[in-house]
Design a protein around this ligand. Sequence first.
Ligand code: PLP
Length: 284
Amino acid sequence: RTVYVNGKYVPENEASVSIFDRAFLFADAVYEVTSVLEGKLIDFHGHMTRLERSIRELGINFTVDSDALLAIHRELISKNNITEGLVYLQVSRGAASDRDFMFPASDVEPGLVLFTQAKSLIKSAAADRGLKVASFPDQRWRRCDIKTVQLLYSSLVKNEAAKKGADDAWLVLDGKVTEGSSNNAYIVDENNTIITRELSNDILHGITRKAILQCAAELDLKVEERAFTIAEAQKAKEAFITSASSFVYPVVEIDDVKIGEGTPGPIAKRLREIYIEANLAAAI
Ligand code: PLP
């Protein structure tokens, strides 16, 4: 696989970054994951807009040049023959000359790394089967709206969920679900209203979330942006998650309680179909 590191395309085993890179020492970096279907990028500009915001929130000295970044994405897709999969992009504050909590001088170059992952996205066992999720307290820092590489807690709970026989973790803050370990969380009530937590610093502002809420509007489904409890979710008609790498996956069980019949629901299925259709047509 060819990867991109600070201006160069290199084989992955020749790629290197400094051990003083602040991404490595302080998780001082932000990232984006953009999906690829038929060799084209889904919602690329949405991801670049969020990247710009994450960078601004942390005061990283990096200018998001969408055209230049698009060219790098496309070059990697082509070099690695990706028809379906993901492009990972990471911007770090850069490598200082030593380990220091204080930010380095502004002339330190930020770090830019990209790589591709081939992955079947449309055909998906998880989409067909639905996910079982387990709940955990949300012990992340309270700026979940910034897409940082500080993912240890999410990784921990995902592993704890797997130990309990679940596929993913839903996080609970002050009694209400915030989001999944790496996705936004939704339920559907008996009136077919879609409920998902409102945007705030407590969740990542999902690019797929925004698109799915548009799809819901096109299907004339009502949307309520508010927090819900695990108990409410367990009594819901349907539940599902969204992210760039999953699109829409139904959730069929929460903390060992079946949702509805315990099989993927029709609304999650329909949203997945129309999301793929609309976003593939708009892919670049
Ligand atoms: N929430 C978290 C914590 C995530 O890590 C992600 C994606 O990585 C999402 C939500 C979904 O965001 P998007 O739809 O932009 O992939």
